[in-house]
Design a protein around this ligand. Sequence first.
Ligand code: UDP
Length: 254
Amino acid sequence: MASRRKKVYEGKAKILYEGTEPGTLIQYFKDDATAFNAQKKAVVDGKGVLNNRLSEFFMVGLGQIGVPTHFIRRINMREQLIRQVEIIPLEVIVRNFAAGSLSKRLGIEEGEPLPRPIVEYSYKNDELGDPMVSEEYIIAFGWAQQQDLDDIVSLALRVNDFLSGVFYGVGIKLIDFKIEIGRIWDGDFMRLVVADEISPDSCRLWDMKTSRKLDKDVFRRDLGNLTDAYTEVARRLGLMPAQAQNMTKPTLIN
Ligand code: UDP
């Protein structure tokens, strides 16, 4: 049980414990949902279980097409074993359609297609509310080098193509998403990997036909039951047993 292991870090939606061997950690997915820099909070029954399984699904898929990630294996319903990485303090956001802060900032209607995928960065700092930063800031303050940023953009665009295709196949439009990038050191050699999680907590997902929201905006904007929305994503991706399609408590296929 992770509760008997040493806690390394506790965030808003996840806890990190010491791993089973050096260089690993256990990532535990909580049911806590937060929005607007934790000003809005709730416990959403089953969210952690769904995000653990969904993040496993995406990270394994990325690994299979050659995109490196921190993921090693899922341990149980709420935990996964991951590589310990040095997190770059940036939220890397990729957008295909206007929504959220971009729509607000530029007055573009949500859902409007963008001329090309846009990659942008926020500085990970809760006290400051994760402010948007430019490449100039990132290099000047030493959070990453130009070469890292080139690698981050190409990783982010590969993740975008992969996720867009996977979601397209199940009738979902990938509006935008956020990833985090970690460094893994091997002596003097460093490589960048996709870290943290990929789940409906960190993506905007709209049903292709109805534009129904299947992501954390359901919670942010009080649009209905968050577990139902995430269960629908898992169901479409083939991660739910057929008989559990309409159950409120998610039962996941291994
Ligand atoms: N996002 C995230 N964590 C954050 C901020 C944003 O996962 O702390 C995700 C968000 O779910 C969306 C994308 O990044 O899929 C772009 O978010 P945006 O900048 O529009 O911010 P928001 O409108 O959510 O404040």
